[in-house]
Design a protein. Structure first.
Length: 316
């Protein structure tokens, strides 16, 4: 836990994306007794945004010298066409050793260009993951996750996953209660399950083509059953191998993983909206035992069923 004010500096570059530029202020700004958030540019001058307005910050690069965390929103990647701009490199050099580095979406390209991700795991928007790999071969890129916490360097995927990451930082710094409180005030989920695969654009099956959508709908109505791969494939009228391939192409995750996610979703809804025992909920959603439900809930959202219920149970 941190007791003093944590100073967060948002570094805005030319072509900065307005939504992501405001994420740190929106999330950390909810806790003015814990965080101070300021915005700067590499040379203190205004920068244009990706929209039809400019950004004129109150701070120059000297703000980076006093930063406990530096947040880098996405920007116009053409800035890196000829390598890291000199003014930006000089600004980054002002960051004190030990400061936490946080990139939102393609802001990670700046950290990559500066060599700050070499030898580390990182993520970015799935659509640019291959480009990221080509540009920064020393970085281990995971395009599926919403964010990666590698201690003093944290990276997130596209747009809203920047909110996920900032909430994670609050949770890491000050616990789940404060993070959940901020999430509720912002009317967003405190934790999103799954990774980027569920958001990757998938080709829509042509009318009349066989797919797995009907089987997914059937499975949701029968979560209390075992639902093995063979069961799902039989319902779809496919071989297990063909079904698994098509399912993953359409849903972005394997059948087994998807079933677990749906069972956890349903368990969370029941924990929030009913007084059913954990054992009964586990049975109704197909986990079979409270121990199994506890293991899966912990694996996906990091809390036990009763702790989750205490946090999110709606009271009359």
């Amino acid at each position: 836990m941190q007791s003093s004010i944590h100073r967060i500096v948002v570094l805005a570059l030319d072509g900065v994306y307005p939504f992501e530029l405001g994420i740190a202020h929106r999330v950390f700004g909810e806790l003015p007794d814990r965080y101070e958030v300021v915005t700067c540019t590499p040379d203190g001058r205004p920068v244009r945004s990706s929209s039809d307005f400019g950004v004129a910050p109150d701070h120059g690069p000297d703000a980076l010298e006093r930063a406990d965390s530096v947040v880098i929103p996405p920007f116009d990647l053409r800035l890196l066409d000829d390598g890291l701009p000199a003014a930006t490199a000089t600004a980054l050099a002002r960051i004190r050793p030990g400061a936490r580095l946080v990139s939102l979406c393609t802001g990670g390209f700046l950290l990559g260009a500066a060599g700050l991700l070499d030898g580390r795991p990182a993520t970015t928007h799935w659509a640019l993951a291959d480009t990221f790999r080509r540009m920064f071969p020393r970085v281990t890129v995971d395009p599926d996750v919403l964010f990666i916490d590698d201690g003093d360097v944290l990276t997130s995927a596209g747009a809203v996953s920047g909110v996920d990451l900032c909430l994670h930082i609050v949770r890491r710094d000050h616990g789940s209660e404060l993070a959940n409180s901020i999430a509720r005030r912002c009317v967003i989920p405190p934790w999103r399950e799954g990774g980027q695969a569920q958001y990757i654009e998938q080709p829509v099956p042509a009318a009349g083509a066989s797919g797995t959508a009907a089987t997914r709908e059937w499975a949701l109505a029968h979560l209390d059953r075992p639902l093995t791969l063979a069961d799902l494939a039989a319902h779809a009228g496919m071989s297990s191998r063909t079904f698994a391939r098509r399912f993953t192409e359409e849903a972005g995750v394997s059948p087994g993983r998807w079933v677990v996610q749906q069972r956890v979703h349903q368990a969370r809804r029941l924990l929030e909206s009913t007084d059913l025992s954990v054992e009964r909920i586990a049975h109704d959603v197909g986990f079979g035992s409270a121990i199994s439900l506890r293991q899966h809930l912990n694996a996906l959202i990091g809390v036990a069923p009763l702790a989750y219920r205490r946090t999110f149970r709606t009271t009359a």
